[in-house]
Design a protein around this ligand. Structure first.
Ligand SMILES: Cc1cc2nc3c(=O)[nH]c(=O)nc-3n(C[C@H](O)[C@H](O)[C@H](O)COP(=O)(O)OP(=O)(O)OC[C@H]3O[C@@H](n4cnc5c(N)ncnc54)[C@H](O)[C@@H]3O)c2cc1C
Length: 168
């Protein structure tokens, strides 16, 4: 599939000190992700919910944009971390690599394997990917234990399957 631009973009509006009153930037215009992960609309909807909170709280028009950009940045942090981290699995990915990403990707590879065998890990993974739970939930001891158990067993199963193929 072809995309208009083959990279993720994040514009740090939250670092601005001034912004024209009565205007806002939202959704892909602040941050767009590799569409493979399907998080752009969810991220935009969560940003809209943050805007709704600010409007309900009666935030003044003068303070609205900067308050919104700070709230939106917190929403974007999570899909950004997920999408950019995953992209670093591929040698073609360039740009500044966040610390610890290789280790997390090794763990996530086990999460993927374990989710084929374990319903609890699968549900936890889907909640994170659909932005319904923070990524830290995948590091809860119950999940880590299941990932190690099923992730390793699945790897052994894959190895046996490959050995059987090689033998045949
Ligand atoms: C191939 C692909 C698959 C995707 N799959 C998913 C998915 O499964 N799940 C998911 O959550 N997200 C997915 N996304 C991401 C999602 O589509 C975007 O994150 C989302 O549409 C962003 O909404 P937006 O309103 O910020 O921007 P947009 O949807 O791009 O809306 C911006 C609008 O502004 C208009 N516009 C631009 N310039 C001007 C101008 N100068 N004057 C007037 N109008 C203008 C454009 O025509 C457009 O209609 C996918 C993206 C792609 C490319």
């Amino acid at each position: 599939m072809l995309h208009k631009f083959p990279f993720s973009v994040r514009r740090p509006y939250e670092k601005l000190r001034r912004f024209p009153q009565g205007f806002l930037v939202l959704g892909d215009a602040i941050s767009s992700f590799n569409p493979t992960y399907g998080q752009g609309m969810t991220s935009a909807a969560l940003q809209a919910a943050e805007l709704d909170k600010l409007l309900t709280q009666g935030t003044s028009l003068a303070q609205m944009a900067l308050a919104f950009f700070k709230a939106a940045a917190k929403v974007i942090d999570i899909p950004w971390q997920l999408a950019v981290g995953e992209d670093f699995r591929y040698a073609e990915t360039s740009g500044p690599k966040p610390a610890g990403v290789d280790l997390i990707n090794k763990y996530m590879a086990r999460v993927h394997r374990a989710s084929l065998h374990d319903e609890v890990v699968c549900c936890a993974f889907l909640k994170v990917m659909n932005l319904m739970a923070p990524p830290t939930t995948l590091f809860h001891p119950t999940i880590v234990w299941r990932v190690m158990k099923y992730g390793c067993n699945a790897r052994r199963a894959e190895q046996s399957a490959q050995a059987a193929l090689a033998y045949n």
